[in-house]
Design a protein around this ligand. Structure first.
Ligand code: HEC
Ligand code: HEC
Ligand code: HEC
Ligand code: HEC
Ligand code: HEC
Length: 406
């Protein structure tokens, strides 16, 4: 009697252990394959026996079933990464050099150039089609090669035809999931980690200039309170999983990240600026420049005093890369911009903050055009120059009335 009870207990114990293991297997997060971000990059074509639509890797194809993601992504800079400013530089670099750039701008195997001719053809094709995909998600539009869609859906979601994505919101399930299309997909929490963005937004530490790589966004984030609080890149740049990727080119995004306060102290006026919702340096790259201006004006509006400051990480190539200065705001940091010794007739002080998102590139485009380029490259670089000029904006303007300065 005693013995049989023990056997029964043993059987139950075994069943629950096996059941537990099975549950664990179902809940086991496989993570992304180790070579997911390997470059030169991932193969995405599929050998699967699927419909033409499911095999088509252009974003227009994904749009047929994932319209919500497509409609937001198409407005992001990721969709414009195969840009005139990029490919206009290629003729002088050769196709192998150009492929080194494409590892971030259009990294899939089908996006890289196989030879010089494929590069030259693509540069000419881009003169006719400014966008790398059909804006309306129209499948029947004249087909453009996948590379023209830049950092498109397949770059982040497809390898060997198979789809990878975050755990579905409804179930939170990880591992292989069934779905009516493209043979299901693999769900992994790796999509929710900041590290997911690293292969393109973080240079390795050995490439440091004055201790910091040219792209250092992930390290800056790791040192911030946002990392401790679990606020990831996706948390700010993909709210509710929306594929926005808004950054320095978007005034509303930048305004959300900063808090301003304007005060008078005796005969000086102060603008204090705090980085309250930016998970890395403001700005994180060496390419933008932010200008803070203060102007003391008389009652009739004439300029009495003016001062300006620059927020920038400035680097230059002089016997290797050198850092000239770094005046950026780190996460949580407050900076005061003080206009001192206001002239006697000062009636108001005006503070302005202007953003030049493509400051560094503007210089590059100018020198490329001055050196002389082949005709196709020259048209691309002129387009890039025009677009860069349009990207400048006034972020902030406030006046403070000066009382009893003297
Ligand atoms: C014929 C329709 C169809 C096409 C075309 C299609 N998908 Fe899907 N996809 C689905 C369905 C259905 C699911 C199941 C889950 C859902 O509804 O989001 C899915 C799931 C996914 C998921 C997983 C979502 C998650 O919760 O993690 C990803 C990622 C994905 N697809 C990417 C793509 C990409 C990228 C393309 C284009 C290269 C594409 N799909 C083309 C229908 C399609
Ligand atoms: C395959 C490479 C790649 C991956 C992966 C990638 N990005 Fe990007 N990202 C780029 C490139 C290239 C650009 C610049 C596009 C352009 O303007 O040409 C960019 C631009 C951006 C911008 C806009 C910058 C600006 O100047 O306003 C943001 C924000 C951004 N990425 C965030 C992210 C986040 C968050 C992730 C991870 C979820 C991510 N990216 C993953 C390559 C990548
Ligand atoms: C490690 C990833 C990476 C590599 C490699 C890379 N870029 Fe970029 N590139 C980016 C990111 C991220 C941005 C957007 C950041 C910003 O706002 O400056 C960008 C922006 C640009 C821009 C301005 C936006 C645009 O598309 O017009 C140009 C031009 C550019 N890159 C050219 C190049 C060239 C030329 C090369 C090769 C010599 C190259 N990039 C290699 C990641 C990369
Ligand atoms: C730069 C990388 C990147 C690109 C490009 C990209 N995605 Fe995503 N996608 C992600 C990440 C990361 C997540 C998960 C975000 C999170 O969990 O916060 C995601 C989530 C998704 C999901 C699940 C959405 C949900 O609400 O559960 C689908 C479906 C999807 N993407 C489809 C697409 C399609 C279609 C495109 C092209 C139009 C695309 N993605 C382009 C990185 C990308
Ligand atoms: C707390 C919110 C927050 C987090 C977390 C965050 N960002 Fe940002 N990010 C912003 C804001 C706001 C801006 C606009 C101001 C600026 O350019 O710094 C921005 C700008 C950018 C830009 C534009 C280029 C530039 O020079 O500033 C890129 C690229 C970018 N973020 C990538 C990332 C990546 C990658 C991560 C994860 C390591 C990340 N961000 C984490 C809020 C955030």
């Amino acid at each position: 009697m005693k013995q049989s009870l023990n056997l029964k207990q043993l059987a139950w114990a075994l069943i629950s252990i096996i059941g537990g293991l099975m549950l664990m297997a179902a809940a086991f997060d496989p993570g992304l394959p180790g070579n997911y971000w390997e470059s030169p990059s991932a193969k995405v074509s599929s050998n699967h026996d699927w419909s033409a639509l499911e095999k088509d890797l252009r974003p227009e194809a994904c749009a047929q079933c994932h319209a919500a993601q497509f409609d937001v992504w198409k407005k992001s800079l990721h969709s414009k990464a195969y840009s005139p400013g990029l490919i206009g530089q290629f003729p002088d670099m050769g196709h192998a050099g150009a492929n080194d750039c494409l590892v971030c701008h259009a990294p899939l195997e089908q996006q890289l150039y196989s030879d010089r001719a494929s590069m030259d053809d693509s540069i000419l094709l881009s003169l006719k089609h400014r966008e790398g995909f059909d804006h309306e998600g129209n499948l029947d539009a004249e087909k453009l090669p996948l590379r023209h869609s830049g950092v498109s859906c397949a770059v982040c979601h497809v390898r060997n035809g198979d789809r990878f994505g975050p755990p579905p919101k409804a179930t939170g399930a990880v591992g292989k999931q069934n779905s009516p299309a493209h043979g299901g997909f693999t769900a992994t929490k790796d999509f929710e980690q900041s590290q997911f963005c690293a292969s393109c937004h973080q240079f390795p530490d050995y490439m440091a200039i004055n201790g910091k790589p040219l792209e250092n966004t992930i390290n800056e984030w790791k040192d911030s309170s946002f990392a401790q609080e679990g606020v990831t890149c996706q948390g700010c740049h993909m709210p509710d999983r929306k594929h926005e990727f808004r950054g320095i080119h978007d005034p509303e995004m930048v305004k959300k990240g900063l808090t301003f306060s304007l005060t008078q102290q005796n005969n000086s006026a102060n603008l204090s600026m705090t980085s309250t919702w930016i998970g890395h340096a403001f700005p994180t790259y060496v390419t933008p420049k932010v200008i803070v201006e203060a102007a003391a004006l008389s009652a009739n509006g004439s300029l009495l005093k003016h001062e300006q400051w620059e927020i920038v990480r400035e680097v230059a190539y002089q016997n290797g890369w050198q850092e000239l200065r770094d005046t950026r705001l780190m996460p949580g940091e407050t900076r005061d911009y003080l206009l001192k010794d206001l002239p006697e007739k000062s009636s108001i002080v005006r503070f302005r903050v202007r953003v030049i998102p493509d400051h560094f590139y503007k210089g590059i485009y100018q020198s490329l055009l001055a050196e002389g380029l082949n005709p196709a490259a020259s048209v691309h670089i002129q387009r890039a120059q025009k677009q860069a000029a349009k990207n400048d904006y006034l972020l902030y303007e406030q006046l403070i009335t000066i009382s009893n300065a003297h």
